[in-house]
Ligand binder design. Structure first.
Ligand code: ATR
Length: 282
């Protein structure tokens, strides 16, 4: 019987998850289907509670439903519990289980594309204090970084987020970012700056150390102004597309019983889709 899964949220039209999971289903010859379901927040709790009745073995969850999905789970994994949000749901003996795989996707992508990025684990500099930042900070703390500096335009939001994680996470006003750059092993952009249609993230990267890694979770455009500037300085750069690919691995394994591989060919397929839509460059 065909195993059916879907991406849920609003909007889902832009989502690359059907392309990603569709690629793996074909590559592994699995009898599965991955659909799109437009689910407004007001209908989300009901939708997730009735996944099985709707014929789904599980789903992915995107904005604005990640917190709502978490709230209706029978069982949450450690990441979902820590973040109060879930992006991957599946059924186990009729119980609704959920995980947050964004943080896993973030670190797995760095491990794959910038080996040694965490050799020192002294200081990580994270820009932004929204949901994406929360997942990234959780992953960096979990990886053992001694200090995660969390810089945000609205300082209070960074303070609130930092408090959830304890003393290793330190809030910082956005205009003070350049003062800690010299300590950063890794700089991660989790703001919407640099996204197509938004202003670029304008920082003087000259203050980073030569071995620092610069990472952006934005992947539209694929090469953000930040990554372009970092490459021009000679820093190792890691784009946001890899995080998207890797965050899909745990879900696919749960639903279809195969641990899929993130290959160069898969990445090429996604890059081609970005190119076709004019989303490679800013
Ligand atoms: P998500 O949940 O996807 O991470 P979000 O909660 O909307 O998205 O967070 C967006 C982040 O980008 C926030 O950290 C936001 O800063 P504020 O908390 O001050 O709003 C940041 N951001 C958006 N526009 C920005 C700008 N022009 N300058 C600096 N930061 C900006």
């Amino acid at each position: 019987m065909t195993v059916r899964v879907c991406i849920t949220g609003q909007p889902v039209s832009y989502s690359r998850s059907p392309l990603l999971h569709g690629y793996w289903l074909k590559a592994y010859g699995i009898d599965g289907a991955y659909a799109r379901e437009e689910v407004p927040a007001a209908e989300a709790a009901d939708f997730y509670r009735s996944l099985a009745a709707r014929g789904y073995a599980g789903c992915n969850v995107t904005a604005p439903n990640k917190e709502i999905a978490f709230s209706v789970l029978d069982e949450a994994d450690e990441s979902a519990a820590a973040l109060g949000a879930a992006n991957t749901l599946w059924l186990e003996d009729g119980r609704l289980c959920g995980a947050s795989t964004d943080g896993y996707g973030f670190t797995a992508n760095l491990d794959a594309t910038a080996p040694g990025w965490d050799a020192e684990r002294r200081t990580a500099l994270v820009l932004g204090a929204g949901g994406a930042s929360r997942a990234v900070v959780h992953a960096l703390v979990g990886r053992g970084f001694g200090r995660v500096v969390l810089a945000n335009r609205t300082l209070e939001r960074a303070e609130v987020l930092a408090r959830l994680f304890g003393p290793s996470v330190r809030p910082l006003a956005f205009d003070q970012v350049e003062t800690v750059m010299g300590d950063a092993d890794i700089l991660v952009n989790c703001t919407s700056l640099g996204m197509k249609g938004s202003a670029p993230l304008d920082l003087d990267l000259g203050k980073l150390r030569a071995e620092s890694v610069v990472s952006d979770i934005v992947y539209v455009p694929l090469v953000t102004p930040l990554l372009k500037a970092a490459a021009a300085h000679g820093f190792r750069t890691v784009d946001g597309l890899g995080m998207l690919l890797h965050q899909g691995v745990p879900g696919f394994r749960r639903w279809f019983g195969v641990t899929p591989e993130v290959t160069a060919d898969l990445r090429d397929v996604l890059v081609e889709d970005l190119r076709a839509k004019g989303q490679l460059e800013a």
